[in-house]
Design a protein around this ligand. Structure first.
Ligand code: HEM
Ligand code: NAG
Ligand code: NAG
Ligand code: NAG
Length: 212
């Protein structure tokens, strides 16, 4: 009995840590190198064909239900640029975060911006999906991966529980129920269509939904 329980536990953790693979979102038509977690969390990234010196990427971040999903652009949680998002009804609330301590990360300020891509941003019967252009998001201060890296570790974190103040982008969240780091093969994130997709990013009418 004990042995089979342990064995199932091992299978469960293997299932939770899938390797990122190319995935095209049917609603936007954008192709990402995409990590899907067994919880329903996902994070995908798209880059220009020649990303050397570029500071921009397109990302899709989401999950199942109404909880929060986060990504660490530097892999670990501490002292890295984080993106934290969750749904609020049919819209998405998102912010940049950073923290030096384990606890709900404070809003991070800088020249980086996130601008939604409308047809890649939606809430359906099961999941929420936020697709956005992240501009000036690849930094040279080691708080993010570098544009020349081919296999950086990025961090994921999620909690199926929605933040108490879900209309407020700077709201604090409770600790993730699952988190980890995943190696992304960025050669599989590059596309010659990047500039076309980038042109689809339009600032939202309700600016307060998107902070940073
Ligand atoms: C109250 C809020 C939070 C607390 C108390 C917290 C605490 C922690 C702790 C203690 C760890 C080490 C592993 C563990 O023992 O579980 C960790 C890992 C991690 N956290 Fe958080 N966290 C919080 C929120 C967040 C948020 C909002 C994000 C992303 C947007 C995030 C991203 C990560 C990632 C990617 C890891 C795995 C990599 C690593 O160990 O650094 N965390 N967190
Ligand atoms: C998504 O929107 C863009 C314009 O904003 C459009 O060009 C593109 O075809 C749309 N994607 C799909 C799959 O319809
Ligand atoms: C990629 O872009 C960089 C910076 O603009 C440039 O120096 C390099 O020659 C480009 N590489 C290719 C293969 O076009
Ligand atoms: C809802 O969106 C998610 C994320 O794109 C997708 O995986 C899922 O199949 C969609 N569900 C339905 C019922 O369309």
């Amino acid at each position: 009995m004990k042995i089979s329980t342990l064995f199932l536990g091992g299978l469960a953790s293997l299932a939770a840590a899938q390797t990122p693979a190319p995935y095209t979102d049917a609603k936007s038509g954008i192709t990402f190198n995409y990590f899907a977690h067994s919880s329903g969390y996902f994070f995908g990234i798209a880059l220009p064909e020649n990303s050397t010196g570029s500071t921009d990427f397109i990302a899709t971040l989401g999950g199942k239900g109404t909880g929060w999903s986060g990504v660490s652009l530097g892999g670990v949680m501490l002292n890295k640029l984080l993106i934290l998002s969750w749904p609020n009804g049919q819209s998405i609330v998102s912010s940049f975060r950073k923290t030096a301590n384990y606890g709900s990360p404070a809003v991070a300020t800088g020249t980086f911006t996130q601008t939604p891509i409308a047809n890649g941003t939606y809430v359906n019967g099961t999941h929420w999906t936020y697709t956005f252009l992240c501009s000036k998001c690849i930094l040279s201060d080691k708080t993010t991966f570098a544009s020349t890296e081919t296999a950086p570790s990025l961090g994921y974190a999620l909690n199926a529980a929605a933040p108490a103040q879900k209309t407020t982008p700077s709201a604090s969240v409770t600790k993730h129920t699952a988190q980890g780091q995943v190696v992304f093969d960025l050669t599989k994130a590059k596309s010659k269509d990047f500039d076309t997709w980038k042109s689809w990013a339009v600032p939202p009418k309700v600016a307060r939904d998107f902070e940073g």
